[in-house]
Write a protein that binds this ligand. Structure first.
Ligand code: ZN
Ligand code: ZN
Length: 455
């Protein structure tokens, strides 16, 4: 080859690079029209935990659970919405989803705002775990907040479920009271009137969440729409397609619905569910694929997604075919687990997250606005909740520790009252780990104040 070949003509270059579309990219397909990577992605092909901050004008949606039937690769439904202002909001918290939150690099004490669409256990099964272990793992200075619908009578409401959960956890709560607790065992329940369609249930820090009723065989099933910074996302929870969905999901940037394809006979062969039971379940509870596409057409989002679906090839292809009867715009599955969606006003991009099987958990995250870390004194002690006999049967440590190695055991709370550590006395590594989210939020606040100073 010559050292400096002649450049091709500008028109030829244009044609080669854009497929002939003037100033555009290749124009093709139905699924991804209007879909581009957002700025700040480290890789446009995959998402890797702890590799990217959410941009200050960006929203990131991650599917932490995507199926009503739990199985490896598909935990029960849960959707995390992270905002550029540092907020993290959890929509449904199905069984097993905590594994994906940990794998995606979230500390359990950061997950303190949980919105539950309805009280089928595939939508909140991980709540008891998150409540207890999130409290243990540093949710000492804020209550766990749970938002959910009322029922037709009080015993069918979210507050009653939480009371029942606490009761179920009576032993566990007392047992974990030998650890720092603070507010870790408190739950702040916002139970809204399920009939109050369009009602605002959350309005903080520029984030607004409204709800509406879903027809899901029993009163109390709800859908949510979150609005922040001119961006919106809808998660319907479960239910039959309804006029309310078309109304409240209209114009959303991302519209996520549950779906059931019309495959009862095939599914019955594959899964062993008698066809009539599948048919009856769909027709009383769920959104058929055709209806999902129909609703998308009416709501006209920038990106339409289906989740709460078994991610199986024979189902996926049929689901697309059914959705495509009505919806010709951008479409992607919110399944399997680990699908990540970045959203800005200009761009939307979907990636598969690479979630490790054996992740280490993120350090608990704290706000260090007061310049210190306060570790609350445990409410109780072993001596208070355990009879001495079984402690006295413990083998003396000197019998099993090797010669020359005998750690100083820490069996009593080491200080009078709370343990208070000023930041300047904290080992830098510890501060870096536990203050990562706080540092990001400080940067966001700085960014916002700079923006307003520019105006
Ligand atoms: Zn469900
Ligand atoms: Zn349900």
């Amino acid at each position: 080859m010559a050292d400096n070949p002649e450049p091709s003509g500008p028109e030829q270059i244009q044609a080669a690079l854009t497929g002939g579309v003037p100033l555009g990219r290749w124009k093709e397909g139905l699924m991804f029209d209007g879909i581009n990577p957002t700025p700040g992605l480290k890789s446009a092909s995959n998402w890797f935990p702890r590799s990217e901050a959410v941009g200050s004008d960006e929203m990131r949606i991650t599917f932490m659970g995507s199926a009503p039937f739990i199985r490896p690769g598909q935990m029960n439904t849960s959707i995390l919405i992270e905002l550029g202002n540092g907020d993290k909001l959890v929509f449904d918290i199905g069984e097993g989803s905590v594994a994906n939150y940990v794998s995606a690099g979230h500390a359990l004490n950061e997950l303190d705002k949980i919105f539950i669409t309805h009280l089928h256990v595939d939508h909140y099964g991980a709540l008891p775990y998150l409540y207890m272990f999130g409290g243990w793992a540093g949710r000492w200075h804020k209550k766990l907040r749970v938002f959910g619908p009322s029922g037709r009578t009080p015993e069918f409401g979210t507050a009653h479920m939480v009371e029942g959960m606490k009761q179920m956890l009576t032993w566990h709560r007392d047992a974990f009271s030998v650890f720092p607790v603070g507010q870790g065992h408190d739950v702040d329940v916002t139970e809204f009137d399920f009939r109050d369609n369009g009602g605002v249930i959350y309005d903080e820090n520029g984030v607004k969440v409204i709800h509406w009723q879903r027809s899901h065989a029993k009163d109390g099933a709800s859908a949510y729409r979150l609005e922040w910074n001119g961006l919106s996302v809808v998660w319907t929870g479960d239910g039959r397609p309804s006029l309310l969905d078309a109304e409240f999901a209209a114009g959303a940037d991302v519209y996520i619905t549950e779906v059931q394809p019309e495959l009862v006979a095939i599914s019955s062969g594959v899964q062993g569910v008698p066809p009539f039971l599948g048919r009856y379940t769909i027709d009383t509870h769920h959104t058929p694929g055709y209806a999902a596409g129909y609703l998308a057409k009416r709501a006209n989002p920038r990106l339409f997604m289906t989740t709460h679906m078994p991610f199986d090839p024979y189902i996926n292809e049929e689901t697309v075919a059914e959705v495509r009867q009505h919806w010709k715009g951008p479409f992607h599955f919110g399944a399997p687990d680990g699908i990540v969606v970045n959203v800005t006003k200009e761009d939307i991009w979907v990636r598969e997250g690479v979630l490790p099987d054996f992740p280490n958990s993120r350090a608990p995250q704290f706000d260090f606005d007061d310049g210190q870390l306060v570790v609350p004194e445990p409410p109780t002690s072993r001596a208070e909740i355990q009879e001495p006999f079984v402690r006295e049967q413990e083998i003396p440590p000197a019998d099993y520790y090797p010669e020359g190695y005998h750690p100083e055991l820490l069996q009593e709370w080491p200080v009078d009252g709370d343990l208070v550590i000023p930041l300047e006395m904290m080992p830098p590594q510890m501060l870096q780990g536990m203050g990562a989210a706080w540092t990001e939020r400080q940067a966001y606040k700085k960014h916002i104040s700079e923006l307003s100073a520019d105006e």
